[in-house]
Write a protein that binds this ligand. Structure first.
Ligand code: MEV
Length: 323
């Protein structure tokens, strides 16, 4: 093929963020949208990547990487890490010519929805397909995600490469993260951005520091989070939304104990519950970023209540039978 395309999915963590870093189970959903990369050979002297948002058509960053994988140029946005991630991906492939990569992202970036993993998977798959080297994709994505997040659990990239749906993750110590689809009825959620995001690596490090000071307590909190994920897996399968919502609230309280909530996140959770959501919690690394609320009857009322406070959001329905 002269032009290849790669896709990666955005994700929502429904239960278990942070505790998953310590080997606890988690529940996450692969969203119907994410990132798309178009990859083709170019005549330029350097590899080029352009990152656009499908939401506002803005070019977020344009980066270049020398054929010898030296970083030669960044122009807009958070280009430096993107440039290093691009080089990390390219380093796993045998490229006979330079490449032009155009990426479009269909969700807000850097707010806990897994945009970086979606991008990494889309770019690596596109390059792997163009060059006929699909076996290099997974390691290329690992390398790119390490550039973005330090030492991530692997949850984001697993979701980015999955089919749309809800998944239960469990990882025993010293073994690979495992993933099993949850046969849940269609799940309707409201998601909003309750403030500027923090860096995932910084939030994970903050939890690690709290755990150094209070190891027994934090291990207990992580255990509670893992237990909510396990209970939620059963409640989701049964379509027991009241229980799923209550478990989200419990999970949120535990995340507050880890120190990763903010005033705006807590307020957005209260507003959602007040507008009829059955439960609400932060999603992703916290310190800012997104809140997810359970709205089986539709997200309209919650989105309206959030908008009155200045938080813009969207409704998403996750149905493993749809795609
Ligand atoms: C970030 O989306 C999820 C965290 O659990 C970090 C990770 O799993 O690597 C906070």
């Amino acid at each position: 093929a002269v032009v290849a395309r790669g896709h990666g999915r955005a994700k929502l963590i429904l239960f278990g963020e942070h505790a998953v870093v310590y080997g606890k189970p988690a529940v996450a959903a692969g969203l119907p949208r994410g990132a798309t990369a178009t990859v083709q050979f170019s005549d330029a002297a350097v590899h080029q990547l352009t990152l656009r948002s499908a939401l506002d058509e803005d070019v977020y960053a344009r980066v270049e990487c020398g054929a010898a994988l030296d970083n030669v140029g960044v122009d807009a946005g958070d280009g430096e890490r993107l440039c290093k991630a691009f080089a990390a991906i390219l380093g796993h492939f045998d490229c006979p010519k330079t490449l032009q990569v155009d990426v479009t992202i269909e969700v807000p970036m850097g707010v806990g929805l897994g945009s970086s993993a979606a991008l990494s998977v889309a770019v690596a798959r596109g390059i792997g397909q163009l060059l006929g080297q699909p076996e290099q994709v997974d390691e290329a994505v690992d390398a790119s995600e390490r550039v973005f997040h330090g030492n991530p659990s692997g949850l984001d990239q697993m979701m980015a490469a999955s089919k749309s749906g809800v998944y239960f993750y469990a990882r025993a110590y010293d073994s690979e993260l495992e993933v099993a689809p949850i046969e849940a009825p269609a799940l309707t959620l409201a998601v909003c951005e309750a403030g500027p995001a923090a860096s995932t690596a910084a939030m994970v490090e903050m939890v690690a520091q709290r755990r150094l000071r209070e190891s027994q307590l934090i291990d207990s909190v992580n255990q509670v989070i893992g237990d909510t994920a396990r209970a939620a897996s059963a409640a989701l399968t049964d379509g027991d939304w009241a229980r799923v919502g209550e478990l989200m609230d419990i999970n949120h309280g535990a995340l507050s104990s880890l120190g990763v909530t903010t005033r705006a996140i807590d307020a957005a959770c209260h507003v959602a519950r007040g507008a009829g959501a059955l439960g609400a919690k932060l999603t992703g690394a916290g310190g800012g970023g997104c809140v997810v609320a359970l709205t089986p009857g539709g997200a309209e009322d919650v989105l309206k209540a959030w908008a009155e406070h200045g938080w813009s959001g969207f409704e998403v329905t996750i149905d493993h039978r749809s795609k």
